[in-house]
Design a binder for this molecule. Structure first.
Ligand SMILES: [Zn+2]
Length: 189
């Protein structure tokens, strides 16, 4: 039987020993900090729960043997969510696919993490017996979300063009002063 691993409190080392990959998804409403970035309030995500926005992820851990030392624990994380944000150019909602893809190496304590952080390309995390993977997924997606969300090309601003059209129509409907003058001239005395 396959071991069950709880991503809320994952024993990363035990998971790495199994060399397995886990993937899944759950509602954006369960990631409060991430949902805050979206233009859609959590209540709306929950209410329209036919197709609530999903956060999907995949993680894989492995033990990398080190000559003359303890094996290192590495984690590969991918996560994805479609966020509805507010376009900072036209202020209309914009749907953005936010993707995170990161590699982590676990170290034994905070001091080691600090000491090795500068020379490491990968991100360092402190190994704990109960590691919250969902928090990491949320952090990574928040960091991957655009600071200034924008449409690639903003849709036509409907209210503005409606105003323009009304203005054009008003111009056309306005009586032509010259036509009115001509009418006066042709008027029999
Ligand atoms: Zn826009």
């Amino acid at each position: 039987m396959e071991k069950f691993f709880d991503l809320n409190r994952l024993n990363v080392k035990a998971f790495a020993k199994e060399g397995r990959r886990l993937d899944g998804h759950k509602s954006l409403a369960q990631f409060a900090r991430l949902a805050e970035l979206a233009d859609t309030p959590v209540e709306t995500i929950l209410k329209d729960s036919d197709q609530p926005t999903q956060v999907s992820w995949a993680i894989q851990c492995e033990l990398v043997p080190i000559l003359g030392g303890d094996s290192q624990v590495w984690m590969q994380l991918q996560a994805e969510v479609d966020l509805q944000m507010q376009c900072q150019r036209c202020m209309a909602p914009v749907n953005l696919a936010v993707k995170a893809n990161a590699t982590f190496r676990f170290v034994s304590d905070e001091a080691t993490a600090e000491a090795e952080d500068d020379e490491s390309e990968e991100d360092l995390l402190v190994l704990t017996a109960e590691f919250n993977v969902f928090e990491l997924i949320e952090d990574e997606l928040i960091m991957s979300a655009p600071i200034v969300p924008m449409h690639v090309a903003c849709p036509t601003l409907v209210p503005m063009s409606a105003v323009d059209e009304a203005f054009e129509e008003a111009l056309e409907a306005r009586p032509n002063p010259f036509a009115a003058l001509a009418k006066l001239k042709n008027k029999p005395n």
